[in-house]
Design a protein around this ligand. Sequence first.
Ligand code: C5P
Length: 249
Amino acid sequence: MADPDTNNPSAEPAYWTLIPAAGVGRRMGSDRPKQFLTLGSRTILSHTLSIFLEHPRIRGVVLVLGPDVDPDALDLPTAGGRLFRVAGGAERADSVQNGLDFLQERAAPDDWVLVHDAARPCLPRADLDHLLNALRDDPVGGLLATPSTDTVKWSDQDGRVERTLERARVWRALTPQMFRLGMLREANRAAREAGHPVTDEASAIEWHGARPRLIEGSMMNIKITRAEDLELAQLYLMQQGRLDGGFRP
Ligand code: C5P
């Protein structure tokens, strides 16, 4: 039977999520990677996955894990066949590429992919909805970001200030970062091949010559990096009513 949505520009596009979780997180100083630490009764990774697995517009979630992780030992949320596991690589961009290669077999080049750090469990649902709606028909895609409240300095090689960036135009890049599968896969591959540093997906897309759109998101969407971030994350999850198992200061 013919698909009534074919060639209909207003048809809902497909959205996938890719979660790189293969990092070791040395800055945390804990006995295991930060995404496997617990907030309430669940791991940070489990909190993060739930945001996407519970969202009706996300078709599937690709979870990229390190080679030493036993997936059966993880407290992964029930996913109804929407959660796929893939092995990670040495750098974040390598892990993302493995996830994109996996998606290539299942998704169309124009499908949207939302790449989201495993260590950002406090992404508010409203920010996710806003991102999906704002970028839905965008030719490039974009990312959640927050305007900088600090003045940002650009340093020289000796740790002296070379210049001051114009604060009104400085943003902090968050995730999810949302791009079309085909474009992101090609940009990420080319940037890695050229040895260009890729610390987020937008930098690969920029390097490819396109300009990702900045969508203002909440400061709550922190990346848990250091030990002191854990308490803040607990507080934000509690404020969102998402902290089961009680608050442990
Ligand atoms: O190291 P950083 O905090 O930038 O990592 C951001 C995300 O990328 C984390 O979720 C981390 O687990 C993931 N990552 C990965 N593979 C790597 C390095 C980092 O999936 N080789």
